[in-house]
Design a binder for this molecule. Structure first.
Ligand SMILES: Nc1ncnc2c1ncn2[C@@H]1O[C@H](COP(=O)(O)OP(=O)(O)OP(=O)(O)O)[C@@H](O)[C@H]1O
Ligand SMILES: [Mg+2]
Length: 320
């Protein structure tokens, strides 16, 4: 359904180019639940905005393609994009709940978003708004509430309802629940899973919380410094992480059983994306680095079992 091919996107600054998304290829199939994880600043939101055609200046897609049901989103004009956005692909933005209009009833906001894209009578849109609220477990009689009368979790549910309103086939969720406490976060995520089963759409779920993704998504892509460094099915990734970065992210999970141990995370910081990097981008922080890693960039290679990794530890052509 969605095929991202060799996408290069970033920010054109006065004297430098910030390579936030660097030659990324990624597929989302029908009914997929793909998770995208990586540290802050690795380019997750830039990738999401590129797919939505919402990357604003100085942001720019430099090359590559984003095919959605066979059509290249990067080549669409504004009119075509407007017809695809929200109807076919919608997005729940990072800290979205703050983007609700504080002086407008939530029902009216949902109705407006429906009417902006669909020719239906206002009463019908209103009925749909109530249905949507029910779907995200908010009592339909809250349609007349203002955002300040709702809790953070409810506001986030309203944003999810809005993303669902035009029955898109793909929803991008960029950290949809990180502002909430873990209990509400878990409830909402379980609900998203249930709604997905009911309505049948694909999800690209972005978060820095890999432990969460392992539980909820079918497939996981790990992003580091603008690149995808590993992709696998969730269980496979959990039981057999290959990239030293993924390994580091995994070992920062606290365990439920066994003695408590201090988690040190991954030492060091990601590289500056505005500087050209030769070799592997994880080199400085990697505990398993070899000489070749500093000199040559590792490409994603297929390890079988739908597992891809970009790391010289697994590549046979080190001596070529
Ligand atoms: N408007 C902008 N102008 C210049 N650089 C930007 C802009 N927005 C983002 N960047 C840079 O692009 C890189 C990727 O940012 P992005 O927001 O995509 O990361 P992210 O993975 O979504 O991070 P987070 O987990 O914190 O949301 C970062 O280095 C960031 O500093
Ligand atoms: Mg982000």
């Amino acid at each position: 359904m969605l095929q991202i091919k060799d996408l290069v996107a970033g920010y054109e600054m006065r004297k430098k180019w910030v390579a936030a998304v660097d030659h990324v290829s990624l597929n989302v199939k029908k009914d997929d639940f793909l998770g995208l994880a990586g540290e802050s600043g690795c380019g997750k939101s830039t990738l999401a905005f590129s797919i939505m055609g919402l990357l604003k200046k100085p942001g720019k897609i430099k090359s590559g393609s984003i095919l959605f049901k066979g059509k290249d989103l990067t080549k669409m004009n504004n009119e075509e994009l407007r017809n695809t956005r929200w109807k076919d692909i919608s997005m729940v933005f990072q800290s979205a709940m703050n983007s609700l209009n504080p002086v407008m009833r939530i029902g009216d906001q949902i109705v407006d978003s429906i009417l902006a894209h669909k020719m239906v009578k206002k009463e019908k849109a209103y009925e749909r708004a109530k249905e949507l609220l029910k779907l995200v477990n908010i009592s339909p009689d809250r349609v007349n509430s203002y955002p300040h009368q709702l809790s953070g979790g409810m506001k986030q549910r309203v944003m999810i309802a809005m993303a669902l309103s035009l029955k898109p086939s793909l929803i991008i969720m960029d950290e949809p629940t990180t502002a909430l406490d873990v209990v509400v976060q878990r409830m909402i995520i379980e609900e998203i899973g249930e709604i997905r089963e009911k309505l049948g759409f694909s999800i690209l779920f972005i978060t820095h919380d890999l432990s969460l993704l392992v539980e909820i998504s079918k497939k996981i892509a790990i992003m580091y410094a603008g690149e995808i460094v590993e992709i696998a099915n969730s269980q496979e990734l959990y039981s057999n992480p290959l990239h030293p970065y993924t390994y580091g992210l995994m070992s920062s999970f606290p365990t439920l059983v066994g003695p408590l141990k201090r988690s040190d995370g991954i030492p060091g910081r990601p590289p500056d994306l505005s500087q050209p990097i030769e070799g592997c981008r994880f080199y400085d922080r990697c505990s398993k680095r070899m000489d070749i890693c500093r000199k040559r960039h590792p490409n994603l290679i297929d390890m079988g079992n739908n597992h891809m990794v970009a790391c010289w530890l697994y590549s046979g052509d080190k001596n070529e």
